[in-house]
Ligand binder design. Structure first.
Ligand SMILES: CC(C)(COP(=O)(O)OP(=O)(O)OC[C@H]1O[C@@H](n2cnc3c(N)ncnc32)[C@H](O)[C@@H]1OP(=O)(O)O)[C@@H](O)C(=O)NCCC(=O)NCCS
Length: 191
């Protein structure tokens, strides 16, 4: 897997209009909307301030990134610190991914997710949590293909649609890196 994954690199996303427009355009793709918890399309007047004010609140090492394939932007990833879903004492982030519509269903999703695990591990992250709508087959296959373990399901009331979303939850435990935020304790904590 390493040789495939090594084709993927990351570019820090910045609070600039060009980046916001790319993120909003991919986010408004109909497939992405149907696979999101919030299904309404974003409007520039409200998305631009939302992007500036909420996308860069985490420490810089956890800022969102664009995934690059041979220097070309093919996807966007966002990370958010959360408690470990099983209570383990380690830095855990929730991951969200959007592969650019033109690059989907080419086997890139799993490669980008795999590369993102290494990106996060070297930044001290110990575990990565993913929540996926039950009907999102491509996403479920992508996460499980790179080692995410199913840990449960839940039903969530969607405030936008007022319907119940059936959600699958996954976690990937990362090998502790030298100087990782959990000081290496993750190896002992692994189940
Ligand atoms: C979900 C997503 C990241 C997957 O990335 P991808 O590059 O399209 O997926 P891949 O080409 O790596 O395919 C992964 C698997 O899903 C399958 N797949 C791809 N598109 C599919 C589709 N539309 N329906 C069902 N299965 C699909 C592939 O055949 C492959 O299956 P396999 O493991 O049996 O070979 C990407 O499609 C995407 O960004 N979708 C929109 C946003 C989204 O859903 N994000 C995730 C929210 S949790």
């Amino acid at each position: 897997m390493f040789s495939e994954v090594s084709l993927i690199s990351f570019e820090m996303c910045l609070p600039i209009e060009e980046h916001a427009l790319t993120v909003m355009t991919w986010r408004n793709d109909p497939t992405t909307l149907s696979m999101s918890f919030h299904r309404g399309p974003k409007l520039w007047e409200t998305f631009w301030p939302e992007f500036q004010e909420t996308y860069f609140l985490n420490p810089p090492e956890l800022h969102p990134v664009f995934a690059l394939l041979e220097g070309r932007r093919i996807g966007f990833l966002k990370f958010n610190p959360v408690p470990h879903p099983l209570g383990l004492p380690r830095l855990t982030v929730d991951i969200s991914i959007n592969i650019a519509p033109a690059f989907r269903a080419k086997g890139l999703g799993r490669k980008v997710i795999a590369a993102s695990l290494e990106h996060l591990r070297t930044r001290g992250v110990g575990s990565v949590f993913a929540e996926v709508l039950a009907h999102n087959e491509a996403s479920i296959k992508s996460f499980t293909a790179v080692g995410f373990m199913p840990i449960g399901t839940s039903d969530k009331l969607n405030p936008d649609t007022r319907e119940t979303d059936h959600v699958h939850q996954f976690v990937a435990e990362l090998a502790a890196g030298v100087g990782g935020a959990d000081g290496g304790s993750s190896r002992d904590a692994k189940t």
